[in-house]
Write a protein that binds this ligand. Structure first.
Ligand code: NAP
Length: 247
């Protein structure tokens, strides 16, 4: 049994990770930004599965919120074994009209928030500070490698940053007993697609460009992430794992 903290656990891939972690016997703190009702739905499912769960609101792009989230999560769980930095946003940022403020917001949620979260996780887990070690899974995207949907360069760049950050932290935190693994999902059936490329367009794109001919169900991404967080993956750190149907 491990104790999980999942950021952006109220919907999509994050909710699937929370539910699967509970199914596998783990307790979970479910972070969300504003979707209180959805987060409560996830915690109810976890409790119904016989595990402990609580939902904690925190905007991961606000450093003080991240610090409070860790305090509340450690207060609830006792200690954290696994952090999944999953919260993320997407949006079009065509370079000819790029709104730098919008691009900055995306980098704050998708990259700087992960830095804050990794710092708090490292302070809690590092063996040199009396911690027990642990695992950090950072949710990147195949966009880091492919450039992503057209006119989504800020998103692709934020995810490239997640991969580089994870590799560097894996080196820094390996001796502290902490694995840091970036995971790159491909197109997955969640609300996020509606906010960017459009859900139907993304499904058409998936059928024609992904070797498996379809988008992922969030449960297929969650399965890999929960496995990576466990002891079977004890020699895996730093290098990105693609879960993208072969694209
Ligand atoms: P989603 O369905 O839009 O859900 C996003 C989650 O992140 C929600 O729980 C949301 O909370 C939370 N969130 C957003 N901004 C936040 C913030 N500032 N602080 C805390 N939580 C925040 O997204 P998804 O598709 O599941 O994506 C999850 C991760 O997978 C993201 O990192 C995304 O980039 C990555 N990914 C997705 C795809 C895809 O095709 N879907 C592909 C590759 C990678 P609220 O409910 O409170 O808004």
């Amino acid at each position: 049994m491990a104790n999980f903290l999942v950021t952006g656990g109220s919907r999509g891939i994050g909710a699937a990770i929370c539910r699967l972690a509970a199914e596998k016997g783990h307790d979970v703190v479910v972070n969300y930004a504003s979707g209180r009702e959805a987060a409560d739905g996830v915690t109810s499912d976890i409790i119904a599965a016989g595990r402990q769960a609580c939902a904690v609101q925190a905007d991961m792009s606000v450093e003080a919120d991240v610090i409070r989230l860790y305090q509340e999560a450690i207060g609830f769980l006792g200690h954290i074994d696994v952090v999944v930095n999953n919260a993320g946003i997407i949006g079009r940022t065509p370079i000819l009209e790029m709104d730098i403020a919008a691009a900055r917001s995306m980098l704050e949620v998708n990259l700087l928030a992960i830095m804050s979260s990794c710092r708090e996780a490292a302070r809690h887990m590092a063996k040199s500070r009396g911690g027990k070690g642990g695992v950090i899974v950072n949710v990147s995207s195949s966009a880091a490698r492919t450039g992503g949907f057209p006119q989504h360069s800020a998103y692709a760049a934020s995810k490239g940053g997640v991969d580089s950050l994870s590799l560097a932290l894996a080196q820094e935190l390996g001796p502290e007993g902490v694995r840091v693994v970036p995971v790159r999902p491909g197109i997955s059936k969640t609300d996020m697609l509606a906010a960017s490329f459009g859900f139907d367009q993304a499904m058409t794109n998936a059928r024609s460009t992904i070797p498996l001919g379809r988008a992922a169900d969030p449960s297929e991404i969650a399965a890999v992430i929960v496995w990576l967080a466990g002891p079977e993956a004890s020699f895996m750190t730093g290098l990105p794992i693609d879960v993208s149907g072969g694209k």
